[in-house]
Design a binder for this molecule. Structure first.
Ligand SMILES: *Cc1c(COP(=O)(O)O)cnc(C)c1O
Length: 492
């Protein structure tokens, strides 16, 4: 790799000052020309009359410029590499968008009779089967609207299972590498979290789990590969221990992108897993949506799946509402349908090549890990899965920390990786390149990271000032969160 070949991506140029539409509007301007109304005007009844909303008045060109400028302020996958660990920002094929926009899908109403939506139902039925096959489990529900919602759904099923068995188990074992949503989901179902401390190898150890297991434990909630990007090497043993003691196992499947076609979760003994279709199965996400977090379950938990369930019957496809053990509906209608269309399209377009996607995701992460570990501290030096975690351990000595490194990467044209997560590693820098970056792009990112490490030694001030090539510099993130300014005062 040639270190001098790195050229910053297009982060410099015109800085367009952009106010709010309300600040730009002038009374009397309009972006519409509609013909005179032929209907006489009438006043609203008193209880509906009022001053009305304070809409800004602007010309069409002002509106077009405003939104076009704002759109260039976005950073997205179609702009550049987005190595955000734990989030799987992979390429979202455009064919998914075309298919999700087909009028038959886009205009379908959830209240249409079954016979009018046979295509939709067939798609949902097939997608459930594909998800079962990909995970090695028995049955699926597409209802949950996000990963965390899938966790909640899985925990509700585990609670229902124990209730049905007449046991009042109250505790859930959760490794301390877990995503913050895991303990939150368990707590929302009334469970108490019991933390499993991390073993020295970067994974939970069977012996530790054995010592924490009691008859009060309802189950285990585990992310595999874990949030350090490492495979839970003791998982099969841990699961036998939990099952032997009467508990069930929830797998957080947000990291499925590392193991598709390689790890059979059914054989490992998982009882329920959620899939972040928006991560692993390609839907543009971030900024809070959209997503879908289907759950896939073992035979044991299948009767508890949310209802109604899509079924194949003598008339084609329809809904089964007769589910006595089901936890019931957890979503209005049937889930985030058009996100699911994208997942379906992605699975069909890759087919068995899904396995290759995982292989390349793992290869790319290991390539980055090996290319940077001479300059950045690597807390667990073993082969990683789809992401690798460094720290600012070496840079701290010169007063540079993870945040400074992340900010400097912005100047060099890259979206920063995930920082300060997972919490079990101090100053974590978590990099997930995904399978969709080319060798050249990976090399450019590595060169940028190497440049930042060199600058930390030679010119730490540069990093402390960064970013300098952006429209705004370091924002006061704490004040922004605590006292958000929603009235449109200018930032400049
Ligand atoms: C992203 C993620 C989640 C939460 O998924 P959302 O779709 O954002 O709700 C849960 N666990 C892990 C490990 C994740 O990376």
């Amino acid at each position: 790799m040639n270190e001098s070949s790195f050229v910053p991506a297009g982060t410099r140029g015109l800085v367009l000052r952009e106010g709010l539409l309300w600040e730009k509007g002038k009374p009397g301007r309009s972006a519409m020309s509609i013909p005179e109304s032929g209907v006489p005007s009438a006043s609203l009844p008193d209880d509906l009359a009022g001053p009305g909303p304070d809409w800004p008045n602007l010309s069409e060109q002002e509106v077009a410029r405003h939104y076009t400028r704002l759109s260039t302020w976005n950073f997205g996958l179609d702009t550049g590499m987005y190595p955000l660990g734990s989030c799987t920002m992979k390429y979202n094929p455009k064919i998914n968008e075309i298919l999700a926009a087909l009028p038959g899908f886009a205009r379908a109403h959830p209240l249409l009779p079954d016979e009018a939506v046979q295509g939709e139902l067939r798609l949902m039925h097939a997608l459930e089967e594909y998800l079962a096959e990909i995970t090695g489990l028995a049955a699926a529900s597409l209802q949950p609207g996000a990963g965390a919602h899938g966790e909640l759904c899985g925990m509700l099923m585990i609670a229902a299972y124990h209730r049905n068995a007449g046991s009042g188990r109250t505790k859930i074992l959760i490794p301390d590498t877990s995503h913050g949503t895991n303990p939150a989901s368990a707590a929302m179902c009334g469970f108490e979290e019991v933390k499993i401390p991390l073993g020295p190898g970067g994974y939970m150890e069977a012996a530790t789990v054995r010592s924490l297991l009691t008859d009060e434990v309802a189950g285990l909630m585990v992310t595999n590969p874990n949030t350090l990007g490492l495979f839970e090497s003791d998982l099969a043993d841990v699961i036998s221990l939990v099952h032997d003691r009467g508990g069930l196992v929830y797998a957080d499947g947000a990291n499925l992108n590392a193991i598709m076609g390689y790890a059979d979760l059914g054989r490992i003994g998982v009882d329920v897993v959620h899939i972040n279709t928006h991560k692993t199965l390609s839907t543009p996400h971030g900024g809070g949506g959209p997503g879908a977090g289907p759950v896939v379950v073992s035979r044991t938990l299948a009767p508890y799946l949310p209802g109604p369930r899509v079924v194949k019957n003598e008339n084609g496809y329809g809904w089964n509402h007769d589910l006595p053990l089901s936890i019931g509906r957890i979503h209005g209608f049937y889930g985030q349908f058009r996100v699911l269309v994208r997942a379906y399209a992605y699975i069909l377009s890759l087919g068995p090549e899904l396995k290759k996607a995982s292989a390349l995701a793992v290869l790319n992460a290991n390539y980055i890990k090996e290319s940077l570990k001479d300059l950045y501290e690597l807390p667990f030096d073993r082969p990683c899965m789809h992401e690798c975690v460094f720290t600012d351990g070496r840079q701290k000595a010169v007063g540079v920390n993870t945040l400074d490194i992340a900010k400097r990467l912005i100047d060099l044209g890259f979206h920063p990786p995930t920082i300060y997560f997972p919490l079990v590693v101090n100053g974590a820098i978590m990099i997930e390149p995904t399978e969709s970056e080319s060798r050249e792009e990976l090399d450019a990112f590595i060169a940028a990271m190497r440049q930042v490490a060199r600058e930390a030694e030679e010119n730490p001030d540069l990093l402390l000032q960064a970013p300098t090539a952006t429209k705004v510099r370091r924002l006061d993130e704490v004040s922004a969160a605590r006292h958000p300014l929603l009235t449109g005062d200018m930032l400049y």
